[in-house]
Design a protein. Structure first.
Length: 342
């Protein structure tokens, strides 16, 4: 009997310790709320598509941003990489009529390059990644605006993607669901495999816990940091490029909302701002929760202007809930095991 009690307490403690526990509860509460007040429209295929489409684009960026945050870093430059890559493919393949594949490769290469610069600057200067990526955020935004005006004379460029590019990157399934949902699922699988089944996942968690100890243990923290920033830049560029193909145009001002929306989704998903704690499942759930609130408000009778208030309260509750679950997990298991032994 004591062994059974110990096993049961360990299972409960392990469950509470999971980063996605709080985000799952939050997702269920939000979904039930908008299902009641949003009615049939929210539950319809069109209603589901509205928040799933938002979640797919946000999720592709939130996953690598989440890995960076687990590793104790932060990337704000995604808000400028997205429109920069969008304008890159539009200018190359739209304004200059080059093959669409060349524009796609240039856009993705831009994202990788910006991520590489961010990573090298963080590693070499030892400055906080918040400061470095904030600087690159404004620098890239300025370059994108200036070069767009010089090359095209406009801040908006039309683009006609070919049928193959349109089908793979900018198509609607059944006229409602974006094909980016499949790309989001692919990113979830890849990032989940890396974090949970490879040594790199352990290295990322170790870096977030204590970067100095991780480096002393032989973990290549500098190279891993650069690689994480490059993955963040690549995913932001992918979303920007796919948006240009989907909407047949690109604009300089697009993408600014992704700066904080991605961070909010990651935090709601249970990732600590201090690093060393988080999961892919939690980030996915946090992305869904944010997207439901962001779009679900339009299906209720409430003023849509309240959406920001709800997201702000949700973010605060998520942080409090995550800390509460972690503290419960750390204190519950030892006490329960002590009772079992007695």
């Amino acid at each position: 009997m004591p062994e059974a009690s110990s096993t049961s307490s360990f299972s409960l403690g392990a469950l509470l310790r999971r980063p996605e526990t709080g985000s799952f509860i939050g997702l269920v509460a939000v979904f039930v709320f908008f299902s009641i007040f949003g009615g049939e429209n929210f539950m319809s295929a069109g209603g589901s598509a509205s928040w799933l489409n938002v979640a797919s684009e946000l999720g592709i960026i939130a996953l690598p941003v989440g890995l960076l945050m687990i590793a104790g870093q932060l990337d704000l430059s995604v808000g400028s990489v997205l429109p920069a890559s969008s304008m890159t493919v539009a200018i190359i393949s739209g304004h200059y009529h080059a093959p669409i594949m060349l524009g796609i490769l240039a856009a993705l290469g831009l994202g990788l390059f910006v991520g590489f610069v961010n990573g090298v600057l963080v590693v070499r200067t030892k400055l906080p990644s918040f400061v470095v990526t904030l600087a690159t955020l404004f620098a890239i935004a300025g370059l994108t605006l200036g070069l767009s005006v010089v090359l095209t004379g406009s801040t908006s460029v039309a683009l006609k993607g070919g049928p193959v590019a349109k089908a793979l990157l900018g198509e609607y399934i059944d006229g409602k669901f974006q094909v980016s949902l499949f790309w989001w699922a692919a990113v979830i699988i890849v990032v989940g495999f890396i974090l949970n089944f490879t040594r790199y996942g352990n290295w990322i968690l170790a870096m977030g816990g204590d970067a100095v100890s991780a480096r002393n243990a032989g973990i290549p923290t500098d190279r891993l940091t650069v690689a994480l920033f490059m993955s963040s830049g690549l995913c932001a560029a992918f979303v920007g490029m796919s948006q240009a193909i989907l909407y047949n145009s690109a604009q300089v001002a697009a993408g600014q909302s992704f700066i904080f929306n991605s961070i909010i989704a990651v935090v709601i998903g249970g990732v600590l701002l201090t690093g060393g704690y988080g999961s892919v499942v939690g980030i996915m759930l946090g992305t869904l929760t944010f997207s439901i609130v962001n779009q679900g408000i339009f299906y209720t009778g409430f003023d849509a202007n309240w959406a920001s208030l709800i997201i702000g309260v949700l973010l605060l509750l998520a942080v409090v809930m995550n800390n509460t679950f972690r503290n419960m997990a750390l204190t519950y298991a030892p006490r329960a095991q002590g009772k079992a032994r007695s």
